[in-house]
Ligand binder design. Structure first.
Ligand SMILES: *[C@@H]1O[C@H](CO)[C@@H](O)[C@H](O)[C@H]1NC(C)=O
Length: 302
């Protein structure tokens, strides 16, 4: 009996809450993937996440992300668990970036993906890097599906581009008939790029249905000399709002966590990731609880 209990507590001890991260991985391409010490840190950062959005992938040979995937999937404890969905190379001129989502396929799957066409009537080409929107199925969490809208704004156009995410919301909601949205990315939503007086021009901010989980006072920059809340996570939809683990929205200071100095950390990125956790399924926990209740009942009757 004790053995059974131990076995079950072992099996169910693993948390199924889902960690969702957003990381501007600064200029990720050939040069960066060639640095083993940097890649080792990136692997550790991404491995903490069940869904990781990576931005600022700049790689015209389309190799770096695949090499990163190989490293992620060769970790014995997470063998072949990571999948990738990646956008086209996006940008108005020869400067291009890609959005990538790396996700643990035992936890989530991709239901659909949609490259926002950025052709809103009267406002064509609002974004430098139009969102590559991904709809995830998440059977192990309380909320069973959610849509992630990624965005890396152009700093000088940050106010305008964050505001335009509202149009993306209207478009995607219409298309997929779903209300559970996570907007996230390097919005450049701080310091000189979004002055306080401009928040009123940002619908994603003024509409109270959108909840900003990473506050204006956060610091998502690695440099000790700057303090800006550039990277953000915003959720929309009652179900997903209720599914966020209270207090889980944080900036992941990998410099401190991994004991790096500033020079070493800046080799990885000038941004820290931001993250939230979604609550595990109620149904699942209820089953576990009732199982233990049964065992307890049996034991006391023995
Ligand atoms: C950071 O750490 C590296 C490796 O230990 C070292 O070579 C470098 O001098 C350190 N830099 C600073 C600014 O402390």
């Amino acid at each position: 009996m004790i053995f059974l209990l131990a076995l079950f507590s072992f099996c169910f001890a693993e948390s199924f809450s889902l960690t969702i991260c957003s990381f501007n991985i600064r200029n990720f391409g050939e040069a960066k993937i060639a640095k083993a010490d940097v890649v080792a840190v990136v692997v550790k950062i991404v491995s903490r996440c069940d869904v990781a959005l990576l931005m600022e992938i700049k790689d015209n040979k389309d190799k770096a992300v695949h090499l990163l995937m190989q490293q992620l999937n060769s970790q014995p404890e997470m063998k072949d668990d990571f999948s990738l969905i990646i956008s086209e190379r996006l940008g108005r001129n020869s400067y291009k970036e890609q959005y990538a989502f790396i996700y643990r396929k035992h936890r989530v799957s991709v239901k659909d993906a949609y490259q926002y066409p950025d052709a809103h009537p009267g406002d064509v080409d609002a974004f430098s890097r139009e969102p590559f929107v991904v709809w995830f199925k998440s059977p192990h969490t309380e909320v069973k599906e959610f849509i992630i809208v990624p965005q890396h704004t152009t700093p000088e156009a940050a106010v305008r581009e964050i505001d335009k995410l509202y149009d993306v919301y209207l478009d995607v909601r219409q298309k997929w008939k779903s209300e559970n949205f996570i907007f996230m990315g390097d919005f450049n939503a701080g310091c000189s790029y979004v002055p306080k007086k401009h928040w009123k021009n940002i619908r994603l901010r003024t509409d109270p249905e959108f909840v900003w989980l990473i506050g204006d006072g956060s610091d998502t920059t690695v440099k000790g000399s700057t303090k800006c809340a550039y990277d953000r996570i915003v959720v929309h939809g009652q179900k997903i709002q209720q599914s966020v683990v209270p207090g889980s929205a944080t900036v992941f200071n990998f410099m401190e966590e991994f004991g790096l100095n500033e020079t070493q950390a800046l080799e990885v990125s000038d941004h820290f990731p931001v993250e939230i956790q979604l609550k595990k399924s109620k149904g699942f926990m209820d089953k576990v609880k009732s199982f233990f209740r049964k065992i307890k009942g049996k034991r006391s009757s023995e």
